[in-house]
Design a binder for this molecule. Structure first.
Ligand code: GDD
Length: 406
């Protein structure tokens, strides 16, 4: 993969470096000879298969799933490079039709042909709830002491299972992607980002080149999704306020496809549901940006945030207007609720949320108008050996295909 290097611009906020969007020139840049001149020229850097493969060996790809078509999920699996461990965290229905059992069956069959290492778990398995209760990680549990529903909750479970397997990097890819080739590009982007990072604390965020739509029998290639357009704006307003200079550096506020080094992921708080991606940026700024007065910690390492633009378009399941409205509400609320959000931005977001609420069906089950976000504590508080032991003691909880038993 060959991409812009160094990034054209970097916003530096305390120990956080946010790099501007980098463009890909070659998805596959061939076999690069060992010479540094070939790898890096004045404006690009290239990584060959060997470089990326090495990083992929240390990476787990976490796939959150909820009631997606089996063939869509199978397509996503086919796009993930063989070196990566795949962890599927499902919240699919168990009754009246056991869709989770169908997923397990598909994965079992698929892994026989593909030789991929795949682990799969159901996030609402009562045994998992019991384990979290036992190790006192209660911020992932609901009022009935069950693991909460939500994509972010699935991601946190995936991070823990990756840590248990000793992985250095975790990448997240949604299970409703129609293009396996795009999935393959995402993983190469993650690996290239980690290869560029000079810090053990890094976050690689994917910006889609376009999200194709069909209207009036024509295909269109809009640049931004309906949520990211707004969350990018408010995140940029926030950074402009902090630095005192207007910026449009953030292009990946809602990057569903992204990756985090384990050293960073285990120190972060995660917001529930769909507010997870914008909150990652907020949480990094809160923790490492030196903005909050009482955060006196001196950080040895910077956090490097890379944003990389795909060549493939992003084509996924369309889940309707109410779904988009609720994602937007969750995303804006999490920005608004941050201690680092100033009053002008808060006022703008509140107005935006008000208009959104008026436009959205008030009896919608998806749009709840909530003004709070639930946060999950950093997973570094969890004794990982104990967690490992408890998972092994629940034999049906985590199923492995081609992956060694833990
Ligand atoms: N484990 C688990 N648990 N997975 C879930 C859950 C859950 O409760 N809810 C949804 N998922 C899975 C879906 O099956 C899909 O693979 C992925 O999480 C994303 O959920 P979608 O509901 O398909 O979200 P989206 O495609 O509309 O939005 C995506 O893109 C946004 C940016 O445009 C998500 O990645 C958002 O987080 C992102 O902000």
């Amino acid at each position: 993969m060959r991409l812009d290097f160094p990034p054209k611009h970097t916003e530096i906020i305390g120990a956080v470096k946010i790099h501007s969007l980098q463009k890909i020139y070659e998805i596959d840049s061939g076999n690069i000879a060992n010479s540094k001149n070939q790898q890096i020229n004045n404006s690009t850097i290239a990584f060959d298969h060997k470089d990326l493969s090495k990083i992929c060996t240390d990476m787990a790809i976490i796939i959150p799933v909820k009631n997606e078509k089996l063939s869509l999920l199978e397509g996503v699996l086919s796009g993930i490079p063989n070196e990566c461990l795949i962890i599927i965290v499902s919240n699919s229905q168990r009754t009246p039709v056991d869709r989770y059992a169908m997923e397990v069956e598909m994965v079992k069959q698929f892994s026989q042909f593909s030789n991929k290492r795949i682990s799969i778990i159901h996030q609402r398995d009562p045994n998992l709830s019991r384990i979290f209760h036992k190790i006192n990680y209660t911020s992932i549990l609901d009022q009935h002491s069950q693991v909460r529903r939500g994509k972010a909750e699935g991601m946190v479970i995936g991070i823990l299972l990756s840590k248990m397997q000793g992985k250095k990097y975790v990448g997240f890819i949604d299970s409703d992607n129609y293009f396996p080739g795009a999935v393959n590009e995402y993983v190469k982007i993650f690996a290239s980002g980690f290869a560029m990072s000079k810090s053990p604390l890094s976050n690689i965020r994917v910006c889609w080149r376009s999200k194709p739509k069909i209207a009036n029998n024509k295909i269109y290639f809009p640049r931004w999704g309906r949520v990211s357009e707004h969350s990018n704006k408010y995140l940029n307003d926030l950074i402009s306020y902090i630095t005192g200079y207007e910026t449009d550096i953030i292009a990946t506020g809602n990057a569903g496809e992204h990756a985090i080094s384990m050293s960073l992921a285990e120190n972060m708080e995660f917001a529930s549901g769909y507010s997870v991606e914008p909150y990652e940026l907020i949480n990094i700024l809160e923790k490492f940006g030196g903005i909050i007065k009482d955060s006196t910690r001196v950080h040895k390492d910077n956090v490097e945030i890379f944003q990389i633009e795909t060549r493939n378009p992003h084509f996924h399941e369309n889940k309707g207007d109410e779904h988009v409205a609720s994602m937007l509400q969750e995303s804006l609320t999490v920005i608004n609720n941050s201690k680092i959000c100033n009053t002008d931005i808060t006022r703008d977001i509140k107005n935006h949320l008000l208009v959104l609420q008026q436009k959205t069906n008030p009896i919608s089950s998806k749009f709840n108008g909530s003004t709070t976000n639930h946060l999950m504590e950093p997973i570094k508080t969890i004794p990982i050996d104990k967690f490992n032991e408890l998972v092994i003691d629940s034999p049906k909880l985590l199923q492995h295909f081609n992956a060694s038993e833990l």
